[in-house]
Design a protein around this ligand. Structure first.
Ligand code: ADP
Ligand code: ASP
Ligand code: MG
Length: 405
């Protein structure tokens, strides 16, 4: 008897009809003799709707109260799902993060799971019942509700799978697997049958929102196999597994992109020790993640510092940096919220040279200017103007031969 954690995303529980369909799917798993644990997102669009409500009250809502509000989306779906399962004669019990408990740190809006108590879940499973867990939420040791960041139900699912030592974690979504790039913007995107944790982690961190990055991080650390598949068909999806379980190594496996980027430049900063920490400490204290950083030394004893943050953090980061800039005597702070990041990812890059120059060549061939570049062992990312995102993704997908295999 296998233990399967099944996570259903927003489109899979978009309304009562979809919830009834998912209930059938869960029951089919039970009938096969498996134990099933369900993790749910809010109905699609609901988290955005709640954010919008909060922003009608305040442009930057209080983080604690925002989490109280956002966590309600998942409360709706888990209760309806438990009702749908019970209606079909199956024992089921809904659980909020606070009822399990899923303990997190206190970083509202991007909390990290510290611990999952499994006692109640195990009792429910032993009774033959189906736990239906609210994704995306937790509770601090002080009793405050937290949320894990957008797409966080994936993370809840993998963390629950880890805590319960499940055999597999299935992520049900609106596409039938992980593709070489977002199939919704590139019609020639191909489904990948098996992808390594490392590659998927890069893909997720670079914008492929089909899986939330922390979920892949957990799955890799605890070697939980992930199966990403559609809740609308029965066909197999894509497996995320260890690298040595994949026979074929491709040079470039995927072309993720992110339009959730913004760029900040501080010009003519004094070039002396301690300046970088003066700029970036208050940013990290505000829990803002800085992605790329470039420092250009000028001929004199001045330097320019450019870095990127997510769109959501842009205004706050600008405010902080403007404060620091006057303190350290920098000349100017400029911001650009209309950028995007396009990347190529592939473990095959480790042993090949010339991949970066080919990428630059492809972008140049389409008249796309590169604003910033960053590389790691298995990825290359370029910041470009946002209006070129789709063109760049399609060109790279084509140029690296992903369209025609
Ligand atoms: P859910 O609500 O089920 O969690 P998401 O919207 O978070 O679904 O993730 C699924 C979406 O991810 C797809 O509809 C697709 O547009 C997008 N996506 C981006 N990159 C990829 C990729 N490489 N493969 C598959 N889907 C991708
Ligand atoms: N409901 C949350 C969101 O929309 C979490 C999730 O769906 O994974 O981001
Ligand atoms: Mg998602």
């Amino acid at each position: 008897m296998a233990l399967i954690v099944q996570k259903y995303g927003g489109t899979s529980v978009a309304d009562c009809r979809h919830i009834e369909n998912v209930a059938e799917r869960v029951i089919a798993g039970k009938r096969q003799g498996d134990n099933v644990v369900v993790v749910l997102s809010a109905m699609s669009g609901e988290t955005n709707r709640l954010i919008d409500l909060a922003e009608q009250i305040h442009t930057r809502p209080d983080p604690r109260e925002l989490d109280v509000l956002l966590s309600t989306g998942e409360q709706v779906t888990i209760s309806l799902m438990a009702m749908a399962l019970k209606k079909r004669g199956f024992g089921a019990r809904s659980f909020l993060g606070s009822q399990i408990t899923i303990e997190t740190d206190t970083a509202h809006g991007k909390a990290r799971i510290m611990n999952i108590a499994t006692e109640e879940l195990k009792k429910t499973i032993t009774r033959g019942h189906i736990p239906v867990i609210a994704g995306f939420q937790g509770i601090t040791p002080e009793g405050d509700i937290t949320t894990l960041g957008r797409g966080g139900s994936d993370t809840t699912a993998v963390a629950v799978a880890t805590a319960l030592d499940a055999d597999v974690c299935e992520i049900y979504t609106d596409v039938d697997g992980i593709y070489t790039t977002d199939p919704n913007i590139c019609p020639s995107a191909r489904k990948i049958d098996r992808i390594s944790y490392e590659e998927m982690m890069e893909m997720a961190s670079l914008g492929a929102k089909v899986l939330e990055i922390r979920s892949v991080e957990y799955a890799m650390r605890y070697e939980i196999p992930l199966h990403v598949r559609s809740s609308f068909t029965d066909s197999l999806g894509s497996y995320v597994v260890k690298e040595d379980e994949i026979m074929e190594q491709t040079l470039v496996s995927g072309v993720p992109y992110s339009t959730n980027e913004a760029r900040i430049t501080i010009s003519k900063v004094p070039d002396r020790p301690g300046i970088a920490t003066k700029i970036f400490s208050p940013i990290s204290e505000a829990n803002i993640v800085v992605d790329m950083i470039i420092q250009n030394t000028r001929a004199s004893d001045l330097t320019d510092m450019t870095f990127t943050v997510s769109q959501a953090d842009y205004e706050q980061a600008m405010e902080i940096v403007k404060g620091v800039a006057s303190e350290i005597g920098a000349e100017r702070v400029a911001g650009d919220p209309d950028i995007a990041k396009v990347s190529i990812v592939g473990v095959g890059m480790r042993n090949h040279s010339g991949v970066a120059s080919k990428m630059f060549d492809i972008l140049a061939g389409h008249g796309i200017n590169i604003l910033m570049i960053s590389t790691s062992e298995i990825k290359i990312s370029c910041i470009i103007q946002r209006k070129y995102t789709e063109l760049a993704v399609r060109a790279l997908h084509e140029g690296f031969g992903l369209s025609d295999q």
